[in-house]
Ligand binder design. Structure first.
Ligand code: T3D
Length: 263
């Protein structure tokens, strides 16, 4: 498939997807969704990929659905937004959440609507100081989708989730970090080096263990303590049989740096 709305590359254990419609603040079209599906399937199938970066080209990260991608007008034909969510946004969130490797989101500018919540579906969200997060849905009579009603209350609590979702105010990257919505906010000039350092770390990390960590943390969102303890036992057993555990212990005992293969 040829990509026109995204850039995709994979090298050195790191896959990189850049949303690439900068003149429309990288808003989603159905064509972009199709390209993202294809690229994410490639990442999933690539045994050499040990981390994924998602970012945006230009001054924005992503302004959500491209509101001009289809005809919407007072008195005009009704649009089935449920079909759009079912075909595109829901599967995109699930694809990012279920990838068995760390997904880093570098929020280089404004993240609005589904753009904000797709960022929150990633594992490590790092934002430039000039970036912002806007639950823009209420401005057009919609609810936060792409997992917004799931992620927001879990990350920042119901009171803040309600305010963000009902007022649609711009939340600065600094405030987003302060509230625990994202991992980190860095100076604009530090975004690229900080992200590259993270990717370098993940490219040599015990990927299987990190994928299991992601799975376990996600499972804990709906689990009882007993079930979570059982899951930890089962996952730890599985990881204990893996190469990276033996290598990690040997490296510690040998006072040397570990050489993880991700298995
Ligand atoms: O529909 C479905 O399938 C259901 C799923 C819905 C998911 C959703 O995401 S709904 C929410 C959709 N998004 C929005 O409502 C956000 C709309 N954009 C904005 O509110 C603002 O653009 C921003 C606050 C994000 C940024 O503002 P600002 O002032 O920095 O930039 P701007 O001037 O508004 O935008 C720059 C250009 O990008 C501009 O085009 P122009 O005038 O230079 O030709 C603007 O029209 C365009 N643009 C920005 N966002 C979108 C967009 N064009 C189409 N769709 C957009 N979402």
């Amino acid at each position: 498939m040829t990509y026109e709305s995204i850039l995709f590359e994979s090298a050195g254990g790191v896959a990189r997807i850049t949303l690439n419609r900068p003149d429309r603040l990288n808003s989603f079209t159905s064509a972009m969704h199709a390209e993202l599906r294809d690229a994410l399937a490639q990442v999933k199938a690539d045994a050499g990929a040990r981390a994924l970066l998602l970012t945006g080209a230009g001054r924005g990260f992503c302004a959500g659905q491209d509101l001009s991608d289809r005809a919407v007008a007072p008195g005009g034909a009704a649009v089935d937004l449920g079909a759009s969510i079912e075909a595109n946004y829901g599967p995109l969130v699930l694809a990012l959440r279920s990838l068995p490797l760390p997904v880093v989101c570098a929020v280089n500018g404004v993240a609005a609507g589904a753009g904000a919540n797709i960022a929150l579906a990633c594992d490590i969200v790092i934002a430039a100081k000039s970036a912002s997060f806007i639950q823009a849905f209420c401005r057009i009579g919609l609810i936060p989708d792409s997992g917004g009603t799931y992620f927001l209350p879990r990350l920042v609590g119901t009171a803040r989730a309600m305010g963000l979702a009902m007022l649609g105010d711009k939340l600065s990257a600094q405030q987003a970090e302060h509230w625990g919505l994202i991992w980190k906010c860095v100076e604009d000039a530090e975004l690229k080096p900080s992200v590259e350092a993270l990717l370098e770390y993940f490219a040599h990390a015990p990927t299987r263990g990190l994928a299991a960590t992601k799975r376990a943390l996600h499972a804990s969102e709906t689990a009882a303590l007993e079930a979570q303890l059982a899951l930890e036992r089962d996952v730890q057993r599985e990881l204990g049989y893996g190469d990276d555990y033996r290598e990690g212990v040997a490296a510690f005992i040998g006072k040397r740096a570990p050489h993880f293969t991700g298995r």
